[in-house]
Design a protein around this ligand. Structure first.
Ligand SMILES: Cc1cc2nc3c(=O)[nH]c(=O)nc-3n(C[C@H](O)[C@H](O)[C@H](O)COP(=O)(O)OP(=O)(O)OC[C@H]3O[C@@H](n4cnc5c(N)ncnc54)[C@H](O)[C@@H]3O)c2cc1C
Length: 486
């Protein structure tokens, strides 16, 4: 019997796990996929929004501004890529200038720090590649960009290091009440828990339905993107949003935490929660809107297209509460955008809800004695000085062998990912942890080398190696030599 079971290993489940791991509690996080961060947390814009968008007085406004304020220190503690670059909502003409004014006033009400309205010369001096037709912008210096997968993985790793358990490939198919709490049914067994937290993202309505009829609906909304080569990464220096209007949704142009340029997303209702297709029409729409802002973007440097699905709902706020009429059960359901920006605050907010329904939280002695128990450090060879690199290679020659040339990722870093508290077991899991395969060649060069390292470490034949989800085999069999050769 555990004290708390968390259903869903996206950035929200991870933030709850991270917030709970300082307390003397047994906690398990159950994730249906073969890794964490494979839902909305996998495919989003990675923006730490400032918080001028949500309606004043909403939970979204409060948790966005709070999460934004907590993000820099959290990323420092967890060694997660974060850049406080700020954001601009750019206006073209008097109608959009008025929208910017409204966003400014809303932001002030929400408590967003440092907001200002910038005139045309001001915005062009900040972003020289913007179209000269621009008439002004809303400047939000507290916005930033973060690596969403790494934030989720890092919180899970620290949770595990502090006694928590992450069980992957563990879909909760049924939730049964018992005398002392809950019995969660999984494909390969059961977990008994005193308290349950539902952070199942797009499936939070279905998981809720296992305990009571849901009073909200998930309305999946797809967002498609272009991911451009790093050569385009310097095209803009801040997050640029086009101005939203009544009949058109804006798009954004920004550098990613890894230095690529990302352009998107669309906003399309899709009936299927797994429909992550990209379409010619969707991409054309983004391209047109982005070129209106920055006409020099070289879309021929596109290296990948992808899409993610937002867990939008029929409510205009996050749904975070102890579920009425259901004992010992809290949910953070339908966490749409700005869920990523709000995540550092949502974890703590959920713990407060658990306390309200009786969970006792006493800080662990190990955390009191060692505050750095809640921190993490990783090797990032491509961010080191030559002196640091030289010392590292002397300590372990595996850091002297570069496997991913595009991102300069070493064998040592790949091995770190495989041997980490939440071990990478697939090629894409290595990519999410190290960035190997994220660059221009998209794994063409490093893929076989990483597959060989994985096969060796996991002691499995290369033919059992998968790229991502179960069944995504890479090799069918040997072309020459022994059965284990690739
Ligand atoms: C296109 C797009 C752009 C976005 N851009 C931004 C942005 O720039 N900034 C921002 O702040 N927010 C953004 N968001 C929103 C942000 O990505 C989400 O709010 C956040 O990732 C939600 O995290 P989550 O943990 O609730 O959901 P998810 O990441 O979807 O995690 C839910 C997890 O639950 C698991 N699960 C489901 N059912 C079960 C079950 N029965 N048993 C076990 N596990 C289960 C799933 O496999 C999944 O891993 C964007 C979202 C999208 C889609």
């Amino acid at each position: 019997m555990v004290d708390v079971a968390i259903i869903g290993g996206g950035v929200i489940g991870a933030s709850v796990a991270y917030a709970l791991c300082r307390y003397d509690l047994s906690v398990i996080l159950l994730e249906k996929e073969n890794d964490v961060a494979l839902g909305a947390t996998r495919a989003n814009s990675g923006i730490v929004h400032a918080g001028y968008d949500p309606p004043p007085g909403s939970l979204m406004a409060r948790l966005n501004v709070d999460g934004n304020a907590k993000m820099p220190a959290l990323c420092r503690d967890l060694d997660v890529l974060f850049e406080p670059c700020g954001s601009l909502v750019v206006a073209f003409g008097p109608k959009e200038d008025a929208v910017i004014r409204t966003l400014y006033e809303r932001g002030v009400k929400n408590g967003v720090p440092g907001l200002s309205v910038v005139d045309r010369p001001g915005v062009l001096s900040m972003e020289p590649n913007l179209s000269p037709e621009v008439t002004g912008a809303l400047w939000a210096p507290s916005a930033g960009i973060v690596n969403p997968w790494d934030l989720c993985i890092a919180m899970c790793e620290v949770f595990i290091r502090n006694g928590g358990e992450v069980r992957i490939s563990s879909e909760v198919t049924q939730t049964e009440s018992s005398d002392d709490g809950w019995i969660l049914h999984l494909p390969n067994g059961r977990v008994r828990a005193r308290y349950v937290v539902n952070t199942a993202g797009l499936y939070s309505d279905e998981v809720h339905a296992q305990v009571s009829p849901p009073d909200f609906r998930i309305l999946p909304a797809r967002g498609q993107y272009f991911l451009l080569d790093k050569r385009e990464g310097e095209r803009v220096h801040r997050v640029l949003f086009s101005c939203p209007s009544e009949d058109t949704k804006g798009v954004l142009i920004t550098r990613t935490a890894h230095g690529n340029l990302i352009v998107g997303p669309t906003k399309e209702s899709v009936p299927d929660k797994e429909d992550t297709a990209t379409t010619a029409e969707g991409l054309a729409e983004i391209r047109k809107k982005a070129l209106r802002m920055v006409d020099s973007i070289r879309f021929r440097d596109n290296i990948a297209n992808f899409s993610g699905i937002r867990a939008n709902t029929d409510r205009d706020d996050f749904i975070i509460r102890a579920v009425p009429g259901v004992n010992h059960y809290v949910e953070a359901a339908g966490i749409k955008s700005p869920g990523l920006a709000s995540a550092p605050a949502i974890g703590e907010y959920v713990v407060d809800r658990l306390r309200e329904i009786g969970l006792s939280t006493v800080q662990k002695q190990s955390v009191t004695d060692h505050p750095d128990a809640l921190t993490r450090r990783v090797v990032r060879f491509n961010r080191m000085t030559d002196e640091q690199r030289a010392a590292l290679v002397v300590s372990d020659p595996a850091y002297g062998r570069v496997v991913c040339r595009c991102e300069t990722v070493t064998e040592g870093e790949v091995l770190d990912a495989i041997r980490s508290p939440l071990p990478a077991r697939t090629l894409d899991a290595i990519k999410r942890r190290t960035a190997a395969g994220l660059g221009r060649c998209q794994g063409g060069f490093c893929g076989p080398r990483i597959a060989a390292l994985l096969a060796e470490e996991l002691r499995i034949p290369p033919t059992e190696m998968i790229k991502d989800r179960p069944g995504s085999y890479i090799f069918t069999g040997p072309t020459k030599g022994g059965p284990d050769e690739i």
